[in-house]
Design a protein around this ligand. Sequence first.
Ligand SMILES: [Zn+2]
Ligand SMILES: [Zn+2]
Length: 246
Amino acid sequence: MWAIVSFFLIHWFLSLFFHSFFLHRYASHQMYTTGKKREKIFYFLTWFAQGSSYLVPHAYGVMHRMHHEYSDTEKDPHSPHFFKDVWQMMWHTSVIFTGLSNGTYVVEQKFVQSYLPKWDKLDKIGHSMITRVLFGIGYFLFYLYFAPNAWWFLLLPIHFFIGPIQGATVNWCGHKYGYSNFSNGDHSKNTSPWGVLLMGELFQNNHHYASTDANFAKKWFEFDLTYIIMRGLHKIKVIQLVPVNK
Ligand SMILES: [Zn+2]
Ligand SMILES: [Zn+2]
């Protein structure tokens, strides 16, 4: 049992960390700078951690910039206020995301003006169906070997779709439930205490208020774990946090 629980927690938090640290705070917002080699290492680890549900960084960056520009309006790619349930929102998001990943979605110029990390070779491998299925088979075999009974297999879909599930949780809850510290003209909310499980990403209200600030926590009781790790990486000079102009 402990092998499965550990595997689940490691997969959940590793995938989430690179989602937050690399896809969100770097590819979309450039909240820190880093060397080219280190960028490649983070890129690789993001792919490896997300595995079967790898989110192509440049597609993620563009879609997320669209989300900030059009937050909770009809042009927002994933506002919960335009869908009956989370499944419809996820489907709509995945259609746009696939178009962006394959280059078939026409992007407004303003969303590609600032830097977007790109590694074509890795994206080609990571985004291919064969690679995604192979990761899925890997997760399945791990469960087959270690799961004490069949009930544990119910967790497998979370492994298969871990990136989109974490994204949808943030997009749905972070724009629907919780409290606001700032009025941003949208429905962004801070969802505590569940925010801890999403490593700071659920402080959407704070983040939309100061979208270039790497620290999503604004009140003494708010805790942004990804930012704490980033501060450590900055201290040991692995990344350089970009100072925030206020
Ligand atoms: Zn948001
Ligand atoms: Zn953002």
